[in-house]
Design a protein around this ligand. Structure first.
Ligand SMILES: Nc1ncnc2c1ncn2[C@@H]1O[C@H](COP(=O)(O)OP(=O)(O)OP(=O)(O)O)[C@@H](O)[C@H]1O
Length: 708
């Protein structure tokens, strides 16, 4: 059967040609996809090509598509399109080969390889230490380095030099080399690369088979339907929709006995994997329209974003099999279905409740003490009577209290609870708890075949206990992705305490950052230096081995003497970006509080006639305008240009929050959360990150300067 595939660079090439010409290229692509052997497609072999498999096809008068058609099998690969001369130049020195050690199709630039060979003669005089001296040719070949590239590789001395030649390396070879350079052993590196191929069985002429290889699939998409092609062509830059990394693909299509947890730093494609997994499970497990895969996340704006993205990767009936929501909305809906109606807490009603309750205070503790006691002891353990409160170990609390004091503290807490009950107000944690009670009482059975959880670090253990009830233990039951480094709410979970057993399964981690440049990633990670983070199951996680594949400018951290100077600088930054053609929706100003946006940055934009749009919790932001959002709001999103502004002392962390507590443990936890907030904010930037402050700089930035 004829096999047609397109290379991901072909999408880049389409995007680079003028819009007026794109239609013709797309029409050609569809014709080619339907039947590359049809008589109206005229393949012209060209002379002077390094690879005899290269053919070209005219598109209109000016454009040429580059196609690879190997002798054996019935395979056609569409790899590039450009103006006639440029297309020829591009193709002239490329070879398209099946790697004899891995079996993947690789694209090599012979011009570069020859250039290196000439240079190497001189460079090799130096007998200094080379990065890969201790690895044999055989080992390098096994990680996918083509033998032709050895002269380049053998001369590398630093990680930075690997980065410099990265665009000439097949992705798997690049990642393998980085892994070895980072100190991972050869075996660990092979494991990371997920290789399980027997080189004896590799036929370097069998392109049909090679198209099935996971590393081939990083760069070639096999096209089986017009819809599939149109989807790809519709959004050529959204490569994640088609070209998954083998480690991502393996997680998406894995068969797991029980629950799975996937960790990974910011931008490593956790949400992408979770969405593809939802699609995979819906296709596999849902037999009719009522069967569902439940996709849960923490905030409603993220649920909206995911809902939208899913529309672009899952079509037809299968899309209806995936329900995306938050644990809170799901629980509220369930209770409402049982005619249990209530208000949920908001800033106003909760303050009122606490003020009322605090009137019974007798011990001289401030209100923040009670609020924390409530959250971290009472709600954390689901305590609803004084006896349990007297007995519970107050782990994580820094202020010691006697038994007698406890019974007096309880009066305030009970008062608070009574106020909520009388006014039919529920905290979200109680909404979730009540949902569990209803399920227990009614023995409800749900249509959910599996649950996918994104932003898992921010969900409460009550949320997980609820999930355990919705989907009983079984194969592929829960697929949980998260990263404790990005925990910005107070919740902390140990999955095994919630009946979710992921132990014994090899840790699953995503390490390649697709979003930010390496420079931004490093800066962001340095914010968290010296802190410890958990793996959502009671053990420690780390950021070892993470890497961005993109490079760019170093984040700009600017401190100003006054607010006016800061505003002027930001204004210039935005106007320069606009002049460079950056879309307004790709620029975002982030602050610690919404008030700051409204009072400082909104007037600045109005003054300069720059349109802006606030990122809201309950809707996706559409339309022309710079985005304005708090750090909490930009979680899960990304922008090419990001400005984190007013990173001042007293604002990050907010003085009101620091003052709120006298408890040392609480203070440290608050500081940690603030660091994570800054980390989350910084990792939303794809290309440019500007961090500004005025008057006095936040201690988080001051400390950072010492670290880098
Ligand atoms: N295989 C891939 N190829 C190309 N781009 C990818 C791939 N996987 C993910 N991306 C892109 O990387 C970016 C980050 O992906 P995603 O949001 O899934 O990461 P994440 O780990 O959930 O991030 P965070 O935890 O920071 O919110 C997105 O722009 C996504 O489209």
């Amino acid at each position: 059967m004829t096999q047609v595939a397109i290379h991901k660079d072909f999408l880049k090439a389409i995007y680079n040609i003028p819009r007026s010409q794109q239609k013709k290229v797309m029409e050609f692509t569809e014709k080619f996809r339907r039947d590359p052997t049809q008589a109206s497609i005229n393949y012209e072999p060209i002379h002077d090509m390094k690879d005899s498999k290269v053919r070209t096809v005219r598109i209109g008068l000016d454009y040429r598509a580059i196609i690879i058609h190997p002798q054996k099998g019935d395979v056609y690969l569409l790899v590039w399109v450009d103006h006639h001369d440029e297309a020829m130049r591009w193709a002239k020195n490329k070879v398209f080969e099946i790697n004899e050690n891995t079996g993947a199709i690789q694209v090599l630039d012979i011009e570069y390889i020859n250039e290196r060979k000439v240079k190497d003669v001189g460079e090799n005089q130096d007998n200094g230490y080379y990065l890969f001296d201790k690895y044999s040719d055989k080992q390098l070949k096994k990680i996918g380095v083509p033998a032709l590239l050895f002269p380049s590789i053998r001369n590398l001395k630093t990680e930075h030099e690997i980065d410099e030649i990265s665009k000439h390396l097949p992705e798997e070879a690049y990642e393998g080399l980085l892994s070895l350079a980072a100190g991972f052993s050869f075996d660990q590196t092979m494991q990371e690369l997920e290789y399980a191929f027997d080189s004896h069985l590799i036929d370097t002429d069998d392109f049909e088979k090679a198209l099935e290889h996971p590393d081939t699939k990083r760069r070639f998409a096999t096209l089986s339907s017009t819809e599939e092609l149109m989807d790809i062509l519709d959004a050529p830059l959204e490569k994640w929709r088609v070209f998954l990394h083998p480690s991502q693909k393996k997680l998406v299509t894995g068969e797991y006995k029980g629950s799975t947890r996937v960790l990974g730093g910011a931008g490593t494609g956790k949400t992408v994997v979770a969405m593809h997994r939802a699609k995979f499970l819906a296709e596999k497990m849902c037999n009719n329209s009522s069967d569902k895969i439940l996709f849960l996340t923490f905030t409603s704006n993220l649920a909206k974003v995911i809902d939208n993205h899913l529309d672009s990767i899952v079509k037809g009936e299968t899309r209806n099999n995936i329900e995306v929501t938050t644990v809170h909305s799901w629980s509220k809906r369930l209770l409402n279905r049982y005619r249990i109606y209530f208000n949920t807490v908001n800033e106003d009603n909760i303050e009122m409740a606490w003020r009322e309750a605090y009137t019974s205070e007798e011990l001289g503790f401030d209100l923040s003490f009670y609020k924390e006691e409530w959250e971290e002891v009472v709600q954390q353990h689901g305590i609803n009577n004084v006896n349990d409160y007297l007995r519970i170990p107050r782990v994580g609390r820094g202020t010691r209290v006697s038994r007698l004091q406890r019974s007096q503290i309880w009066k305030v807490l009970e008062h608070y609870r009574n106020y909520l009950d009388q006014h039919q107000i529920k905290e979200w944690i109680d909404v979730v708890r009540d949902a569990r009670k209803v399920i227990e009482q009614t023995n409800s059975i749900f249509p959910y075949k599996a649950i996918i959880v994104d932003e898992a670090q921010d969900l409460h253990q009550e949320d997980y206990k609820l999930m355990r009830m919705i989907v009983p233990e079984g194969d592929n039951d829960l697929f949980i992705v998260g990263d404790a480094h990005q925990r910005i709410y107070k919740n902390k979970v140990v999955l095994s305490h919630c009946g979710i057993n992921i132990r014994g399964i090899r840790s699953k981690k995503l390490r390649i950052n697709y979003r930010t440049t390496e420079e931004i990633r490093r800066w962001a990670v340095s914010i968290l230096n010296g802190e410890e983070f958990d793996d959502l199951d009671g053990e420690l996680d780390n950021q070892n081995g993470y890497k961005s594949l993109l490079y760019g400018s170093v984040p700009e951290v600017r401190h100003f003497n006054s607010k006016e100077e800061e505003l002027n600088f930001i204004n210039d930054f935005i106007n320069t970006a606009i002049l460079e053609g950056v879309e307004l929706s790709n620029i975002c100003i982030v602050t610690r509080s919404k008030k700051l946006l409204q009072q400082v940055y909104e007037p600045m934009l109005k003054n300069d006639n720059i349109p802006f749009i606030y990122l809201n919790p309950n809707e996706n932001a559409y339309g022309e305008g710079i985005r304005l959002g708090t750090i909490h709001r930009v979680k899960g999103l990304e922008f090419s240009h990001l400005i984190i502004s007013s990173v001042n002392d007293g604002i990050v962390p907010p003085i009101s929050i620091l003052k709120r507590t006298n408890d040392e443990i609480s203070k440290n936890n608050t500081l940690l959360r603030e660091k994570s907030l800054l980390y989350v904010a910084a990792t939303r930037a794809r290309d440019y990150l500007l961090v500004t402050s005025y008057n006095k700089q936040s201690e988080l930035l001051v400390n950072l300067k010492k670290i880098i």
